[in-house]
Design a protein around this ligand. Structure first.
Ligand SMILES: C[S@@+](CC[C@H](N)C(=O)[O-])C[C@H]1O[C@@H](n2cnc3c(N)ncnc32)[C@H](O)[C@@H]1O
Length: 330
């Protein structure tokens, strides 16, 4: 009998640990400090932030588990809205070390044509190295490409753009969204779960709708977002197990942290978005659960589910921030 294949998240974790084996812990910590400082500073940049192998190894070990979990959560929500569909090809733009390629294989197992585009050669090199541990990525192509007006994409089923818009100028963001809209059947964009990240996601969302796409997730509709700009921001949370490098840099004893992210998944395919989505952490009280929902109307509404709702109450107690509501019955 064949040994069971470990899930991509586990294989990724193992690969990243191996990557750091050759890097003295002090050097890894210094590289992470430098990256954090750079990311806090003025982006976009005119040259790649990820300059050399130490930078990239540190980025991969420190950030890749989190970007993987965020993209995976976004893709799972998308997959629920297009249950019959599996991408036959995937292009990851600004893919860096390829976190999104791992997330795609975790959502839709199996091989497909995979292309990763980035302007940082050291990131592509390490991405290729890590991907050797994932059989579904063995034929992935890792190409150097600069996002800008000269970028062209071959037609592809799925494009992911994860934690990249943040690093681009406004004109490059607009051009990129138009370029991916003309190349792909489905697009998943993920950004940090900050007010600015949300704003960039909404700008991309509006542009995709204008290009003829329908929103599959997180929104239950393709109308305007009901959030009044400046008052709130739509974002979600993904739990990430901390690596030893994490613990070394951030201290503390928690074995996990929560990665906040904003996203949009849009497609030209027929789509069945969730009837509503839980847009905050549910509040569980004695005998009742308070759910903040974004609904098809479109509107934001708090609903209270009590014991009197029977099975729905049980479902509400299990509901998580970001889930479709009510849960699909199998
Ligand atoms: C924060 S990293 C995210 C990497 C990966 N998508 C992930 O989710 O882990 C941003 C990536 O965008 C790439 N990038 C930024 N500006 C770019 C540009 N103008 N052209 C190509 N790649 C770019 C960087 O080199 C880097 O790999």
């Amino acid at each position: 009998m064949n040994a069971p294949v470990p899930p991509p998240a586990e294989t990724l974790r193992h690969s990243l640990a191996t990557l750091l084996d050759g890097l003295p812990p002090r050097q890894a910590a210094q590289a992470v400090d430098r990256l954090i400082a750079t990311y806090r500073g003025a982006t976009p940049t005119h040259t790649p932030i990820l300059r050399d192998r130490a930078d990239v190894a540190a980025y991969a070990a420190y950030r890749m588990p989190a970007t993987f979990e965020a993209v995976h959560a976004a893709l799972e929500a998308f997959a629920q809205a297009v249950p019959e569909w599996t991408p036959g090809s995937h292009t990851d733009v600004g893919g860096g070390t390829g976190a999104a390629t791992w997330a795609v294989t975790a959502t839709w197992p199996g091989e497909r044509g995979v292309t990763v585009l980035d302007w940082a050669e050291p990131a592509l090199a390490i991405g290729r190295e890590i991907a050797a541990a994932n059989p579904a990525l063995k034929d992935a192509r890792w190409h150097r490409a600069r996002i800008g007006s000269a970028l062209t994409l071959d037609p592809t089923d799925l494009v992911t753009v994860s934690y990249v818009l943040n690093e681009l100028t406004a004109p490059d963001r607009t051009t990129l969204v138009d370029t991916i809209a003309s190349a792909a059947q489905a697009v998943v964009i993920v950004e940090p779960g900050t007010p600015d990240g949300y704003t960039r996601v909404i700008e991309a969302r509006d542009r995709l709708i204008t290009a003829g796409f329908r929103i599959a997730a997180p929104c239950p509709h393709s109308a305007a977002c009901p959030i009044v700009p400046g008052t709130d921001w739509c974002h979600f949370s993904a739990r990430v197990s901390r690596s030893s490098l994490h613990r070394q840099i951030k201290g503390g004893s928690l074995p996990y942290e929560d990665e906040k992210f904003a996203y949009v998944a849009a497609t030209r395919l027929p789509v069945t978005p969730a009837p509503a989505r839980v847009v905050r952490k549910p509040q569980i009280r004695k005998g009742q659960v308070l759910l903040d929902l974004c609904e098809t109307e479109p509107s934001l509404r708090r609903t209270t589910i009590t014991k009197r709702h029977g099975d729905l109450y049980k479902a509400a107690r299990d509901a998580d921030w970001g889930d479709a509501w009510p849960p699909a019955s199998d």
